[in-house]
Design a protein. Structure first.
Length: 460
């Protein structure tokens, strides 16, 4: 546990240092894996040197139009009168689809796409990869390239597809890729052409969108390609303002801040809802992660810390459910993870490994796993765990516990543990005068107690 706890608090300090230097906007580099970008439509200030992978002797200038349209949504086009979502971003055109002189189309395969993704990370040092296209066929090489980008902290945005059906296109179908569907013109749900499936994350404008053509003129287009470009622009804006945020966190806050629509919560048509750039900025500004954990909640900071450092997770991608009770099995599992155990199990019972570990180490008797856990039970389990790890668990000043009017209601078995937890600031009263030791604890409470406990244990 010593190494685990020290690692957690080292990360906290590093995040604070990075945040202090995040006032200056970052120049965000975006790989647009597409047909290229036209210099007649997009300002040279917004274009970095790219590469034509499909016709290596040619430049990355766009002669088809799709890549330029995508780029204009992201950074804008003065000649076409198109306002970009993030005008300060820099586009790196990486061509995998174009026309030959005779007008015939040439397009790279999945192996080439995988190669371009890796180059976008390693050669072109991009922060975001926009792929406004996809394939219905899974590819091991493409999947590995996507995983590589994720490992390097690069966010990939891709389109859901324009068939109006349920077919999944890749890379949008991979978990680490932000898959974007198109919003209908009435803002009531997905456009009729937008694919609907369980891998759609969010919707964005994609119907009759103003874009730049390769000659710098304006035209209107529709498709999930342009919805993906819109989200790429929103992501770039957040990265520019908050370079300290990871790709994972940005992906999460975009989902959490999206405007819910269609069926409440997640649905195959709209994912988590319609992208809301203003709300996403607000979430980023205060470090908000969940829809149901507002910045003015007393537990906001502790829930964020418990989530960011793997102590707890949400009940789904956008919800923490702070007010529901925590069970005994949940606490066993949290401690087991903190101690370095792998809580995933092939058994039908999800907590079986943590339950066994708790019993073997004298943390708990392993009974009543699905019962809601009380505050004094939490104190007792954490007191035993601290003792197991060699922490001085002497009770301390009894006056701290006795200062609460209901201290006499603490069960006899829990007195020493409650005194230890109160004395060290890990357990606080539910009011200024009461401890409520036998009340069941909510997820918000246990997040706060665990975070305080780990702070207290940072010398283990």
């Amino acid at each position: 546990m010593a190494k685990r706890v020290m690692y957690i608090f080292t990360l906290i300090v590093l995040l604070m240092v990075v945040s202090a230097f995040s006032q200056e906007k970052k120049s965000v580099r975006i790989a647009v894996i597409d047909t290229g970008v036209s210099a007649d439509a997009i300002s040279a200030a917004n274009i970095s040197e790219g590469k034509n992978y499909i016709l290596p002797d040619n430049t990355a200038d766009d002669i088809e139009g799709h890549g330029t349209a995508v780029a204009s949504i992201i950074v804008g086009s003065e000649t076409a009168g198109v306002d970009g979502i993030c005008p300060s971003a820099v586009i790196v055109p990486l061509v995998y689809y174009t026309k030959k002189e005779d007008g015939s189309i040439v397009r790279g395969d999945l192996r080439m796409t995988a190669k371009i993704i890796r180059d976008a990370v390693d050669v072109y040092k991009c922060d975001i990869i926009n792929i406004s296209s996809g394939t219905a066929r899974k590819s091991f090489e493409l999947e590995q390239a996507v995983k590589y980008a994720e490992e390097k902290g690069i966010l990939i945005v891709s389109s859901a597809g324009n068939d109006g059906g349920s077919e999944i296109y890749y890379p949008g179908g991979y978990d680490s890729v932000l898959c974007v569907g198109a919003l209908g013109e009435d803002d009531g749900g997905a456009a009729s052409f937008s694919n609907r499936h369980s891998d759609v994350d969010i919707l964005a404008p994609g119907s009759n969108i103003k874009v730049a053509d390769i000659d710098g003129t304006q035209l209107a287009v529709s498709g999930t390609s342009f919805s993906a470009a819109y989200v790429t622009g929103v992501v770039a804006g957040i990265m520019a303002e908050h370079p300290e945020l990871s790709a994972l966190k940005i992906r999460k806050l975009l989902k959490s801040s999206a405007k819910d629509m269609c069926t409440p919560g997640f649905d195959n048509e709209s994912g988590w809802g319609m992208v809301d750039a203003s709300a996403a900025d607000g979430y980023a500004d205060v470090g908000r992660l969940f829809r149901d954990v507002k910045p003015d909640a007393w537990y906001f900071k502790e829930v964020n810390e418990a989530t960011e450092f793997g102590i707890m997770s949400g009940t789904d991608e956008v919800t923490f459910s702070p007010l529901i009770p925590t069970t005994r099995a949940m606490l066993w599992t949290m401690l087991y993870r903190i101690d370095g155990g792998n809580s995933s199990s092939a058994d039908d019972v999800w907590y079986s490994a943590a339950q066994k570990w708790s019993v073997e180490n004298g943390i708990s008797d392993g009974t009543k796993p699905n019962d809601a856990i009380t505050r004094e039970q939490i104190a007792t389990i954490l007191h035993r765990y601290a003792k197991l790890k060699g922490k001085d668990v002497s009770a301390g000043n009894s006056e701290n516990l006795a200062s609460y009017s209901d201290f006499s209601s603490v069960s006899e078995y829990a007195v020493e543990a409650m005194q230890f937890m109160v004395d060290n600031g890990c357990l606080k009263g539910k009011s200024t005068t009461t401890l409520n030791p036998r009340d069941t604890a909510t997820r918000a409470e246990i997040a706060a107690i665990l975070v305080r406990f780990l702070r207290m244990c940072n010398d283990l």
